[in-house]
Design a protein around this ligand. Structure first.
Ligand code: 26Q
Length: 832
């Protein structure tokens, strides 16, 4: 018999070195004499990986034996960022590794930065999925993530002459964190036709035949070991699995005839077509475009994941009606909605269940999280496209719709218009399938991601469905973030300072413990260290800016940060117009008066979807303004404008701890939650924001004296938009002045910005930039004044940190577990 491998694991720098060197020389086959940073990264990652794998295996084994209910988190995006630093902190041996690498002649920072970000997501939704994996493991929930293994993550952004240029993100050349499971595969079918027949007993059967098959291959990633070692405890860490599917030509399809008969190219082309499915992440966030390949991605991933889930369930030999007691499937937005008709197909066509019995199982197993009310972001797929690609699923969708509409008709016989409004099928030309309605109808719970957003979905896009199902089907789960990455990893000094006051790192597992910091708010020594840490983080960012932008910024200036995807609704244009206003003001003052002003650095970062011209124009304007302002000798330190190239998770880890103020200034009612607002506050930055998304709950928690809110409320947006279109209205005067200067060519060719300005001046100012401009500028002036009062600012910042406990993704995941998934943690005692 094989003897079980029980490693001791390294606990000293010498032991770490031994392991790392062994991997460099054997696993990587590199000689120590030409060991560069890439090899040192590889050796370090592999040494830590060994430690994770054993926990991972054990967790998976325990989950299989215990066989309690599991949750499956289906997300087309997992924006994981880098893994090494996280692994080192979780294993608790970062110091040994730092020393060991030092002995070998390397600096830890340089080694960490060798790793490619795993950038398999666009923004908030993808990063939320990553924080959820961390929390599900940390809280010991038996959970799996399912996603796609994109060969190319979100594109890399370069700024050339002020314009965004997209560069492919090929990140897989060396990825020590994934394990290809060539033995775990699923055949996924596309196209073909539907057959119906009767068997000898007269029972109706339906099957989906023909078409082509693509092979899904599993790639497993150990998903965030929990942080138990930060708080030495009695349990073995939970290490969950993230299973990503890669596409490959199925062997039957890879035509060996062609291959052998000299049609080598044709045979390779088939293969490439199959591999295209998982080749690239679609870079649109909050905008849907009905591309066939995107639909193929969605079905490929849903089909493979469900096959896997069903296969695991069937091993337990339970009856089908127990499926929802064993399995909870959470849909991260509508992207995985095809999983609903797919499970119904498996149960009815393949397993022979009656429709109603199957539907009961399906609708108990699924939960659906909505992340947007923006109409342009709601997914729709054309009926002809579905008919072509997934003929059986289209039939099933029609049958789901028929049953649903009959139910509605019985309950609301007087409201004839209701049927058209709530139908899954939109009667347009071509007809469209409304994925949000299908997701809602096929799930037992629907949740929004912040209180305001969850209220809004009930009064806008899902209003009729609240009447149909009652309000209990709808719930709120306010988003959260993992404090392990966004405090301990991104801001180790602040984490250590907090730990020194609170007597350990327990707060990283129970973030509400941060409230104990309130009693130190007047502690002089603590306040001083708190400020010094912020300053040091700003120095680090200033260094990054110097290296990448060639601009010297003063770390004593107020750092004002807006980093997020570029989108009109997020209103980076409001910010840059405000910056121009500030610049004009500086220029209008005497040298003497200028001395009274508060120096500021305005920092922007974020990607525009490649086809989103307006967003690209905003990037261009920011860079043009930067060129003028940063080189104007009248301005000096009073204002600098920086656009940070290629904003991503690892850059966020540098930027977030370095902000004094960050901007969360979406038009009220448009940002579902936002999560970076939480990250900045947790790191002792204050925020300027609108009454939107989670800003509202942040205000409630930290107190309105500690946040800078401005602008119109969501309830007034509709009337204001109407007024723009149908009443005479004047542009806000200060904004008009800003526009004049842009028109005059002060920031380069005015023609480049005409569409941006016209959208506001002539086309109804849909995002209410003009309406909010005066209060935005006024609030920024308040911030200038407040920042000058260092003591009161410090108090606000400390209280903000102390009151952020609610926004841990641990709280959020506990709420999902309790109110949607109905699952319990699975704690593994040591050595059982
Ligand atoms: C849809 C169809 C076709 C192609 C792409 C897409 C697509 C891709 C990504 C649609 C939407 C997204 C991403 C949306 C997103 O990130 N939403 C954000 O989710 C966060 C987590 O809940 C919230 O905090 C943000 O407010 C919300 O904007």
């Amino acid at each position: 018999a094989w003897r079980k491998f029980t490693p001791k694991g390294f606990t000293t720098s010498e032991e770490f070195e031994k392991e790392a060197v062994r991997h460099i020389e054997t696993t990587l086959a590199r000689s120590l004499y030409n060991c560069d940073e890439v090899a040192a990264y590889g050796g370090t990652a592999l040494a830590f990986r060994d430690r994770l794998i054993l926990d991972w295996n054990k967790t998976q084994q325990t989950q299989t034996f215990t066989d309690q209910k599991r949750v499956y988190y289906l997300s087309l995006e997992f924006l994981m960022g880098r893994a090494l630093d996280n692994a080192m902190l979780n294993v608790g041996q970062k110091d040994s590794a730092t020393k060991g690498l030092g002995d070998l002649g390397f600096r830890m920072e340089d080694i960490i930065s060798q790793e490619h970000d795993a950038a398999l997501g666009n923004g908030g939704l993808g990063r939320l999925a990553a924080c959820f994996l961390d929390s599900m493991a940390s809280l010991n929930y038996p959970a799996w993530g399912y996603g796609l293994r994109y060969r190319y993550g979100i594109f890399k952004q370069e700024i050339i002459d002020g314009y965004q240029v997209e560069v492919p993100d090929y990140w897989l050349d060396f990825n020590p964190w994934e394990f290809a499971r060539h033995d775990i595969t699923v055949d996924v079918q596309f196209y073909g036709h539907v057959n119906r027949w009767q068997d000898d007993e007269g029972k109706q059967h339906t099957s989906w035949e023909g078409g082509e098959t693509v092979l899904a291959v599993a790639f497993d990633v150990p998903a965030s070991i929990e942080a138990d070692r930060l708080v030495p405890g009695y349990q073995t860490p939970t290490c969950n699995n993230l299973r990503l599917w890669g596409s490959k030509a199925a062997s039957g399809e890879f035509d060996f005839q062609k291959f052998n008969s000299g049609e080598y190219e044709a045979s390779v082309a088939d293969q490439q077509r199959a591999e295209t499915i998982s080749a690239v992440l679609y870079p649109n966030d909050n905008l849907e475009r009905g591309k066939e390949l995107r639909l193929k991605q969605q079905y490929f991933w849903c089909a493979a994941s469900l096959y896997d889930i069903v296969r695991r369930f069937k091993k337990t030999k339970r009856s089908w009606k127990e499926f929802p007691n064993q399995v909870a499937i959470q849909l991260n937005d509508t992207h995985p909605t095809l999983a609903i008709p797919e499970l119904q197909r498996i149960l009815v066509d393949l397993e022979g269940l009656e429709w109603d019995e199957a539907w009961d199982i399906v609708s108990k197993a699924f939960g659906y999280t909505n992340h947007t009310v923006l109409p342009e972001a709601l997914e729709k797929w054309s009926v002809p496209l579905l008919q072509h690609l997934l003929p059986r699923h289209l039939q099933i969708i029609y049958d789901i719709n028929l049953n649903f509409l009959q139910f509605v008709e019985r309950n609301f016989p007087k409201d004839r218009d209701m049927l058209g409004r709530v139908s899954i099928i939109e009667e347009s030309n071509p007809k469209m399938v409304r994925m949000a309605y299908l997701a809602l109808i096929g799930s037992h719970k629907v949740n929004g991601v912040a209180e305001l957003h969850s209220d809004l979905i009930k009064t806008t896009i899902f209003k009729d469905f609240v009447k149909i199902y009652g309000p209990d089907k709808f719930t709120n789960v306010t988003n959260g973030i993992t404090p392990r990455r966004w405090l301990h990893q991104a801001n180790p000094r602040l984490s250590a300072l907090i730990a020194s006051k609170l007597g350990g790192h327990e707060f990283l597992k129970d973030l509400t413990l941060l409230s104990k910091l309130e009693s130190f708010v007047d502690d002089k020594e603590f306040r001083k260290e708190f400020r010094e840490i912020k300053y040091a983080n700003k120095v680090r960012l200033a260094k990054h800016i110097k290296e990448h932008n060639g601009v010297t910024v003063n770390p004593a200036a107020l750092f004002d940060v807006q980093v997020k995807r570029i989108h009109e609704y997020k209103r980076q244009q409001l910010n840059i117009f405000g910056v121009i206003h500030r610049y004009l003001q500086i220029k209008s003052l005497s040298a003497e008066d200028r001395k009274k002003l508060a120096p500021r650095v305005s920092i922007f970062g974020g990607k525009a979807a490649p086809g989103y011209w307006m967003a690209k124009t905003v990037i261009h304007l920011i860079n043009k303004v930067g060129d003028v302002v940063n080189n104007d000798p009248d301005v000096g330190d009073l204002l600098k404008v920086i656009f940070l190239e290629d904003y991503n998770v690892s850059k966020a880890e540098i930027i977030t701890p370095a902000s004094d103020i960050s901007e969360h200034i979406s038009t009220a009612g448009t940002e579902a939650s936002g999560t970076s607002n939480m990250k900045f506050c947790l790191n002792g930055g204050l925020i300027i924001g609108t009454c939107d998304g989670a800003n509202i709950e942040i205000t409630r928690e930290i107190g309105e004296e500690n946040i800078f809110l401005f602008g119109n409320l969501a309830e007034d947006v509709e009337d204001l938009r109407h007024a723009h279109l149908y009443n005479h209205y004047e542009l806000e005067p200060k904004l008009a002045k800003v526009f004049d200067e842009i028109h005059k060519g002060r920031f380069g060719d005015a023609g480049a910005f005409s569409a941006l300005l016209n959208g506001i001046v002539e086309h109804g100012d849909y995002y209410l930039v003009s309406d909010d401009f005066a209060s935005y500028v006024q609030t920024q002036e308040l911030i200038d004044e407040a920042y000058k009062d260092t003591e009161s600012w410090t108090t606000k910042a400390i209280l903000t940190v102390a009151r952020m406990g609610f926004f841990s993704s641990d709280r959020c995941i506990d709420e999902y577990a309790e109110s949607i998934w109905n699952i319990e943690p699975l704690v593994q005692k040591k050595d059982d």
